[in-house]
Design a protein around this ligand. Structure first.
Ligand code: SF4
Ligand code: SF4
Ligand code: SF4
Ligand SMILES: [Zn+2]
Length: 509
């Protein structure tokens, strides 16, 4: 019997004069034959092991190690908790894109001040401790935990009990300034910030504070839909509005937000457009629920002049989303690359996967951005395609390894502009971003009918306990600024620290 093909048949022919049992062809013992038979049953893994990360059990949050494996062109994380067993969660539907994104990274910037010391372990010392690998690009301050909605997917776990006083905001901004100097934009969030009785005062305070260049609010938009005067005042102050927008389907809103808000969203969009308020849409996408919202949000972006950006985010199962148990099939977990696939499918070639490049300041698996310039009446041109942004941003990782000066002399200026654009602190529609865009696309735009309007599409794959990777959190640049002045990576705050926040113990002012 040929066990290993020709080679085995060869050794089964004893050479002339060979001694029996010397191993060169004499009959093998039954035990040896059985062992060889067993060898035949050895199989290769069905996946490629890519590495291990520090993660947590999705059930009890105990620290566990996660194995990153690539199988059938997808990336998964496997983990084991001694109490709750084995888990495997989908991390990326497109392993090729994911692997490529890992090369788009750059050295972090050290914060000017660390609010916490390394005393125990990550993530317990969040704040930022001295082991953190990036400063704060995008600071967010929750100013109230009142909200008139009760979204089943809310991660804020509102207690309807607390609103920030101007003095408390002043302290948070002072601490932000101490750590960061000046942030491009500070977002006031909640809860629902428009329910804060002193919202205008807080906005003015933020705008005057040296730690903030611009200010934004995160809102569900109900007050904006009902109160045109509010829109007018926000426009006058130059406040950016980040509007929760999950598409136009009433059923989506019933499932994700607990009520049909589709008409309210239309009215909010109209009021914001009428008063030319700079608007960013934040679209949460859930499997089998509102995949269509991806195309709807991008079409609103391209159609409305005052809407300068869309951030698409896969539903993360934190806070109420975890507790309310919207169906969560780990093998189909919605990922950043799932959204890239949906964009391609729904935007019919106008927007493609290749138009997106990972943001290199945070961990490259966290988020990606694409920029688009208007050419002619209705065509949109991808900046990544005309500037080869991916190749230029690759330079960022190489500059530690090679002689950057000679390698990049020709496109150094483009690189600086692209670093401005592909940053978590980039504010679409803001003068700094517009300037960087016009510089690095000037050659392309020269002979074409390019209008100086740019639109930004971002994808942000927030983690939850199923996908948690400590390494991603350690390079995070999206930070909650807590009232006691700590900066905490969003994902860490939502997964581990929210309940312990000092605000939970604060009384109503
Ligand atoms: S995530 Fe960063 S700040 Fe938080 S404990 Fe880890 S290293 Fe420190
Ligand atoms: S997700 Fe936003 S709008 Fe919905 S309940 Fe939470 S804070 Fe309110
Ligand atoms: S908030 Fe989470 S997903 Fe976003 S950059 Fe930070 S660690 Fe990454
Ligand atoms: Zn467990």
């Amino acid at each position: 019997m040929a066990l290993f093909g020709k080679a085995r048949e060869d050794v089964q022919q004893p050479p002339p004069g060979a001694e029996p049992g010397c191993g060169c062809g004499a009959p093998l013992s039954p035990e040896a034959l059985a062992a060889i038979e067993r060898v035949k049953t050895k199989k290769d893994q069905e996946h490629i092991f890519f590495g291990a990360v520090q993660s947590v059990c999705p059930t009890c949050l105990a620290p566990v190690s996660g194995q990153l494996v690539i199988r059938d062109g997808q990336v998964h994380m496997r983990k084991f908790c001694s109490e709750h067993g084995r888990f495997e969660v989908l991390l990326a539907t497109d392993a090729k894109w994911w692997l490529r994104s890992l090369t788009q990274t750059k050295p972090g910037t050290i914060p000017l001040w660390h609010a916490t010391e390394r005393k125990t372990k990550c993530p317990d010392d969040c704040g930022l401790c001295e082991d953190h690998q990036q400063h704060t690009c995008y600071p967010l301050i929750e100013i109230t935990d009142h909200c008139d909605l009760k979204c089943p997917i809310c991660f804020a776990e509102n207690k309807q009990a607390w609103s920030m006083s101007p003095e408390q905001l002043q302290l948070a901004l002072d601490r932000l300034g101490q750590a960061e100097g000046r942030a491009e934009i500070v977002t006031l969030s909640g809860g629902e910030p428009t329910l804060h009785p002193r919202l205008m005062e807080l906005l003015e305070l933020t705008l005057k504070h040296p730690a903030a260049d611009k200010v934004a609010i995160n809102t569900h938009g109900l007050k904006i839909a009902r109160d045109e005067d509010l829109c007018r005042r926000l426009a006058d102050m130059g406040v950016y509005v980040q509007l929760q927008f999950d598409g136009f389907n009433p059923e989506t809103y019933r499932r994700l937000r607990g009520a049909d808000l589709s008409d309210m969203k239309r009215r909010a969009l109209d009021n914001l457009s009428k008063h030319k308020v700079k608007t960013l849409l934040i679209t949460t996408v859930a499997n089998d629920l509102n995949e269509d919202a991806v195309g709807e949000a991008i079409r609103v972006l391209f159609d409305r002049d005052n809407v300068y950006a869309v951030t698409l985010q896969p539903l993360a199962y934190c806070g109420d989303a975890r507790a309310n148990a919207l169906p969560h099939d780990l093998s189909r977990h919605m990922t950043l690359t799932t959204l890239l696939g949906l964009i391609e499918k729904q935007m019919g070639g106008v927007v493609n996967k290749e138009d997106f490049v990972s943001i290199p300041c945070s961990h490259p698996s966290c988020s990606a951005i694409g920029y688009f310039l208007k050419a002619g009446q209705s065509d949109w041109v991808s900046i990544a395609r005309i500037t080869h942004a991916d190749k230029i941003l690759d330079y960022l990782q190489n500059k530690l390894l090679i002689d950057a000066e000679s390698w990049m002399r020709g496109i150094k200026e483009d690189q600086a502009n692209l670093e401005t654009l592909w940053s978590a602190s980039a504010v679409g529609g803001a003068p700094k971003v517009q300037k960087a865009l016009s510089c690095c696309t000037a050659a392309y735009a020269k002979d074409r009918n390019v209008v100086g309007v740019s639109k930004m599409i971002g994808i942000h794959g927030f983690m939850d306990s199923s996908t948690y990777d400590q390494g991603r959190a350690m390079k995070c640049c999206y930070h909650f600024v807590t009232r006691d002045g700590r900066m905490m990576p969003f994902c860490n705050y939502n997964i581990f620290h929210r309940d312990a926040d000092v605000r939970r113990r604060a009384t109503e002012e």
